[in-house]
Ligand binder design. Structure first.
Ligand code: B12
Ligand code: SF4
Length: 500
């Protein structure tokens, strides 16, 4: 999935400038490659955005671009907290000519104008004349021209299959997951999270009309290219204001703007039955829930006591009854975690409707209250962990286990939730559901497995397919039987249900 900021800033670029978008995940380039590209395309200004975990690579790319004489401006959550690092004011090398702090919706046009005049400043902060921080209102949200933007780099359908898949049903020649925001900000202030500090605790929303129009534009594009589009509502807590979310979902339904969508919603807000009905009716397929831990003491420690583990099962049942499934996210290495945390968590997960559990480690991101607490307590083992990024590695010592034990818990979680046996069980537990749902869960599990186990490269995929061959053959056989049954008439159809 591409990041929203680049499409947003492209739409906010003053007229008279051409903007080229490169996503480092979809179109990887090395330092020499990016420098060559920037020179060949005669690019005058390069903007780079990155989360903390990607910042070391982002700095390397920025250095390569600056080395061929092209100015670089950096933005996003990491450099907002660590502007001195990006500007070389902390004793290290300078990586950026300018840094955009915080939300750049209103500063970006100024940055472009200054760059065009050759007068880039070091820091662009979203403040008014008196220096007071300004949070952009989302009421005047720009139209992102999804109908014309070049999205070639974001097609998840392999090129070789595109033509053939275009002919299936409504068309599967393209499959894109597109980020859409309907609001910003979260007041909850969980200790490990960047969001409350970055976007603030006052929540701002776009108008329903502007969101609905964006969905209609996306739908029209998918239809035109005989492909599929799914939307990721990237709001940190999509249902933070229940009344407003329900009204948005009702408007989506009324306008026929339903697309398949996924959103992040905290478990406490999913108690509302009507909300869950509307999620399902408006195209909601997956909900990402930051469960974090099944231990209330851990949740209290990180200021997330509003999560109530005892109600997780009911929330997931309510979603599953409407064919909405959950991506359930857990963090290990929390202060009250002891050895066995992963198995205790999985024991609960196995009793829930099948979903997509994911496991991470408590990570002190710069600028968060967690970072400050661990720093003061002298518990940071790698205070600048982002300078040498290691996936799934802790940067501080947990209280009741060692770092290695915490790593082992994460490994246990992924190995046991995404082994062939666990995947088969998840698919089998949906035996009463349409074949489409079971295929969905299988594909989603195989893809999510790749978050932890490297799946880049053809052989990695063959290995996974071979390990899961029994489940794959079983579903394929049921699909063929159902297809055959539908051809020879209802009397002869086998008992399996096909498609959703
Ligand atoms: C969508 C999303 C994802 C998607 C990412 C999809 C993708 N393409 O990679 C998914 C779900 C996969 C994801 C995963 C993760 N995410 Co995430 N994610 C988000 C989320 C919810 C929305 C991002 C977004 O679009 N925001 C809206 C836009 C408008 O805001 P923005 O990106 O900040 O951009 C604005 C400014 O920052 C600025 N800006 C940004 N870039 C640039 C560049 C330039 C040049 C300029 C001028 C300005 C500028 O201008 C923009 C407009 O104002 C944010 C939270 C949030 N609300 O931002 C977390 C967030 C970015 N994620 C975060 C984290 C930690 C992760 C994970 C590491 C979680 C984990 N433990 O696994 C993973 C890492 C994934 C990976 N491998 O890289 C943290 C990052 C904190 C940090 N300091 O780095 C955030 C802030 C959430 C949090 N709880 O703290 N994430
Ligand atoms: S509810 Fe989610 S977005 Fe809000 S502060 Fe907590 S983790 Fe961050």
């Amino acid at each position: 999935m591409p990041h929203l900021w680049m499409f947003l800033l492209q739409s906010l670029t003053p007229a008279g400038h051409e903007v080229v978008l490169i996503d480092g995940n979809a179109q990887p380039m090395d330092e020499a490659g990016i420098a060559r590209y920037v020179l060949e395309q005669k690019i005058d200004l390069v903007g780079i955005g990155a989360m903390t975990r990607m910042i070391a690579k982002a700095y390397r790319m920025a250095d390569a671009v600056r080395a061929v004489g092209v100015p670089v401006v950096m933005g996003g959550p990491h450099v907002t907290e660590m502007a001195d690092e990006a500007l070389g004011r902390d004793g290290g090398a300078r990586h950026a000519d300018a840094v955009a702090l915080g939300e750049a919706d209103e500063t970006w046009p100024k940055i472009v104008a200054d760059a065009a005049r050759g007068e880039l400043k070091d820091i662009y902060a979203p403040v008014d004349a008196s220096g007071k921080e300004l949070k952009p209102s989302l009421k005047q949200y720009p139209v992102i021209p999804w109908d014309t933007i070049d999205l070639k780099q974001f097609n998840l359908v392999p090129k070789s299959a595109k033509r053939w898949l275009q002919k299936i049903g409504e068309g599967w020649g393209t499959f894109r997951i597109v980020p859409v925001e309907s609001g910003r900000g979260c007041p909850y202030g969980c200790e490990f999270c960047t969001v409350t500090g970055f976007f603030g605790d006052s929540i701002r929303f776009r108008t329903n009309e502007s969101v609905v129009n964006e969905l209609l534009l996306l739908k029209a594009r998918a239809r035109k290219e005989r492909g599929q589009i799914a939307v990721f509502f990237i709001d940190d807590n999509f249902a933070i204001n229940l009344k407003r979310t329900k009204s948005l979902l009702r408007d989506i339904i009324a306008a026929g703007a339903q697309v398949n969508w996924v959103a992040q919603i905290s478990a406490n807000l999913l108690r509302d039955q009507e909300l869950v009905d509307l999620i399902s009716a408006s195209g909601g397929k997956w909900v990402f829930i930051g469960m974090e831990s099944i231990d209330p003491a851990n949740l209290k420690d990180v200021n997330k006591g509003f999560n109530k583990p005892e109600e997780y099962a009911a929330v997931l049942q309510r979603l599953a009854q409407r064919n909405v499934y959950a991506i359930t996210s857990f963090i290990f290495g929390m202060d009250n975690d002891t050895v066995g945390a992963a198995e205790r968590t999985l024991a609960q997960v196995r009793t829930w409707p099948p979903g997509l559990p994911i496991f991470g480690l408590l990570t002190p991101l710069p600028g968060t209250p967690l970072y400050k607490r661990l720093d003061v307590a002298g518990r940071l083992t790698r205070p600048k962990h982002w300078q040498e990024f290691i996936p799934f590695a802790m940067a501080h010592t947990p209280l009741k286990m060692t770092i290695e034990e915490a790593h082992a818990e994460v490994n246990y979680g992924w190995s046991h939730a995404y082994g062939a046996e666990a995947i088969a069980q998840a698919v089998d537990s949906l035996d009463d559901q349409a074949l489409g749902y079971r295929v969905n869960i299988l594909i989603a599990r195989l893809c999510f497995r790749g978050i932890y186990f490297p799946m880049l490269g053809r052989f990695a995929w063959w290995k996974v397919i071979s390990e899961n061959r029994q489940t794959i053959f079983k579903l394929a056989r049921q699909g063929v039987e159902a297809w055959w049954g539908s051809r020879i008439g209802p009397d002869a159809a086998p008992e399996t249900s096909a498609g959703d």
